[in-house]
Unconditional design. Structure first.
Length: 255
């Protein structure tokens, strides 16, 4: 009888400990996102842009996983919400800003070195967008404005896309031109900065279930992404972001 009571007490103790620990699991995953972004920042400053892409892809996985795990464990906290935004400012705001700053600094005909600092509009507007997102109750099943991860993937993919694949590919050539055009890069920085804080409705990749009826727009959008990547290779990645913006904006506006 004494042994059974001891086992029951131990079981209750472990359950209590699990409840305390499980609420921190999503936050730990969020911190992995932030850690990947911090390392990617160092790599971007040092010009190791191919390393940056893999680190930011890892950060994107962690960013997706923390919410997924939080819903699976049925744990939600205001701290987790704020922590997620703070991590995103680094991984998907500061890092693309540093990448563009590095790219502009490598362009020989840049009119003035100070112009490269326009790249830091990206982290500034990312922070503003994320602050708005935390207060905006309209963005539970969709986004208003371009999400920071989409913006980040567009810019960090440019140097990788320009250096891989078939050198005769039109997309590869376009990416190579973007890397060496200070005017194109600065205009894109301004364009995406405004897109992030715009009221354009976009799809959110939040699958509450896997049914076709509930997620057909998401499945069609992902199919288009897969088709572009399959046909054009790695050079399609910035184009995939454009496809996401256009397709989801048109779809949500029609609905």
């Amino acid at each position: 009888m004494h042994d059974q009571a001891a086992k029951l007490c131990a079981f209750v103790y472990l359950c209590q400990k699990y409840k305390k620990v499980k609420k921190h699991i999503p936050n730990i995953i969020t911190l992995l996102n932030l850690t990947a972004g911090g390392i990617a920042s160092v790599e971007a400053v040092n010009g190791n842009l191919k390393n940056v892409i893999w680190l930011i892809l890892a950060a994107a996985v962690f960013d997706f996983a923390d919410g997924l795990v939080a819903r699976a464990l049925k744990v939600k906290s205001d701290v987790g919400k704020e922590l997620d935004s703070l991590a995103d400012v680094v991984s998907f705001g500061l890092v693309p800003g540093l990448v563009v700053f590095y790219l502009l600094g490598q362009i020989p005909d840049l009119p003035h070195p100070f112009l490269a600092y326009i790249a830091f509009l990206l982290p500034a507007f990312s922070a503003y967008r994320l602050a708005k997102f935390n207060l905006d109750t309209r963005q539970s099943d969709s986004f208003l404005g371009v999400p920071t991860p989409a913006m980040a993937l567009f810019f960090i993919m440019i140097p990788l896309a320009s250096s891989m694949g078939n050198t005769e590919s039109t997309m590869i050539n376009i990416m190579g031109w973007l890397m060496n055009s200070w005017l194109a890069l600065t205009l894109l920085v301004v364009f995406f900065s405004l897109l992030m804080i715009s009221e354009i409705p976009l799809l959110a990749l939040k699958f509450k279930n896997l049914s076709w009826h509930s997620n057909k727009e998401r499945y069609l959008m992902l199919a288009g992404c897969g088709l572009l990547t399959g046909v054009l290779g790695i050079g399609a990645m910035p184009l995939v972001v454009i496809w996401y913006i256009v397709f989801s904006a048109v779809t949500t506006l029609v609905k």
